[in-house]
Ligand binder design. Structure first.
Ligand code: AMP
Ligand code: MG
Length: 188
């Protein structure tokens, strides 16, 4: 996996995942599973969003969402109960991404990439993103020479942007991350 992007792609593919979680050690972190994929394609020159993909995903290990998870994400039990499984969700995502063949997968931090790696391994799904991933949090941290990484909400506020939608919903997180792209990448 490399973060080096020598030739900018035509598109950035911003993905934000939500996953099963708990706050009381009910299950280990490595048993978290994706329950929402939110993805936005943004033009790499204008930074404008041009297409979106969203799906809920039914987990297979911890089927009942914890109250903590439902409160954090706003995702309801019915959303995951009626959702497609991970393998089908990845097939749909891959089909949608095929319309943007040189898009590069980006996310705020390393969490989303790692969670995809875990779920792809568990479900034996081939890795669909090529070997490049851009950690936007790291790029942001470098650009502003910050001493340590900043939470996404703090980064938005610092640039006088207000979160639009619901924080910790995959599609809303992805849309708001796209709003930070010009701040991260635009040449001064
Ligand atoms: P986010 O993109 O920030 O909404 O986080 C992605 C996923 O990480 C969430 O769906 C949760 O599974 C997990 N997560 C985020 N924040 C917390 C937290 N404070 N405690 C436990 N898990 C969390
Ligand atoms: Mg999120």
């Amino acid at each position: 996996m490399t973060d080096i992007v020598e030739t900018p792609p035509a598109y950035w593919l911003v993905i934000d995942l939500e996953a099963t979680c708990c706050n009381d050690g009910q299950f280990p972190r490595d048993e978290m599973e994706i329950i929402e994929i939110g993805a936005v394609i943004a033009d790499s020159k204008t930074f404008q969003p041009i297409d979106e993909f969203q799906t809920f995903v039914r987990p297979v290990r911890h089927l009942t969402l914890t109250d903590f998870c439902k409160e954090l994400t706003g995702i309801e039990q019915a959303n995951v109960d009626s959702a497609i499984g991970f393998t089908k969700a990845m097939a749909r995502l891959t089909e949608w991404m095929a319309g943007y063949p040189d898009a590069i997968f980006c996310s705020w931090g390393e969490y989303d990439r790692r969670q995809f790696e875990r779920d792809c391994a568990f479900h034996d799904v081939a890795w669909p993103f090529g070997n490049r991933h851009v950690n936007l949090k790291q790029r942001y941290t470098e650009r502003f020479a910050l001493k340590r990484g900043e939470g996404f909400g703090d980064a938005l506020r610092k640039h006088n942007l207000t979160f639009e939608g619901r924080p910790h919903r995959g599609i809303d997180d992805a849309r708001n991350i796209v709003r930070m792209l010009p701040i991260i990448f635009e040449q001064k």
